[in-house]
Design a protein around this ligand. Structure first.
Ligand code: SAM
Length: 185
């Protein structure tokens, strides 16, 4: 994962990274240790998680909603959405993606980490059981395959890389940038 992030931003010291929906700060903490030159900021809507994230990382954590990011346009080199989009309804997700795009610098990158669609019948059944039992949000399905790509493109982003990662290839990592084609948002 860290390698993918390194590749996405070719880290220059002082690059600014925003983790939207940072939860308890696990990813931010890994980044703090592995890529010490980055300037990390988290945003989380849940007070308890935001507090935990700050205690863990010592990074500034903003308590807020990803649909309204309190930053000037073109502030960040990298915006990360790690397992956050499937916790959002389609309309919230749309708002979060548009805001994330807005705060990206012109040469910035958006990194999305989500569950990849299960490849085996057993994997699909296990996911279905998790959704039915409430352990997993059913929105996860709308991010499989072209679903996520379409939503990123609708927000004015274009896909640079889209790959499976992790030991079991169960994670999907998409790197996107601002759309450069004329006529696109
Ligand atoms: C699974 S956790 C993410 C964990 C973290 N990104 C990581 O990789 O370690 C998803 C988080 O997204 C947050 N979230 C969901 N909708 C949000 C929104 N509209 N604005 C901000 N945070 C949101 C949830 O509160 C939750 O903490």
């Amino acid at each position: 994962m860290i390698e993918i992030i390194r590749g996405a931003i070719q880290p220059s010291s002082g690059a600014r990274l925003l983790d939207v929906g940072c939860g308890r700060g696990r990813l931010l903490d890994t980044l703090r240790r592995e890529m010490p030159g980055l300037r990390l900021i988290g945003l989380e809507r849940d007070l308890g998680r935001a507090t935990d994230a700050h205690l863990l990382t010592q990074a500034p954590i903003i308590l807020g909603d990803g649909q309204l990011l309190p930053f000037r346009p073109a502030t960040f080199d990298l915006v990360v959405l790690g397992y956050a989009l499937h916790h959002m309804s389609p309309s919230v997700r749309k708002g979060v993606l548009v805001e994330s795009r807005k705060v990206l610098r012109p040469d910035g990158r958006l990194l999305v980490i989500e569950k990849a669609s299960p490849r085996s019948p057993w994997g699909r059944l296990r996911l279905l059981m998790q959704v039915v039992s409430g352990l997993e949000n059913r929105q996860v399905y709308s991010l499989f395959g072209q679903g996520l790509v379409t939503q990123l493109e609708a927000a004015g982003l274009e896909i640079m890389t889209d790959q499976r990662a992790g030991e079991k290839k169960s994670r999907r990592v998409v790197v996107a940038r601002l759309t450069t084609e004329p006529g696109k948002p």
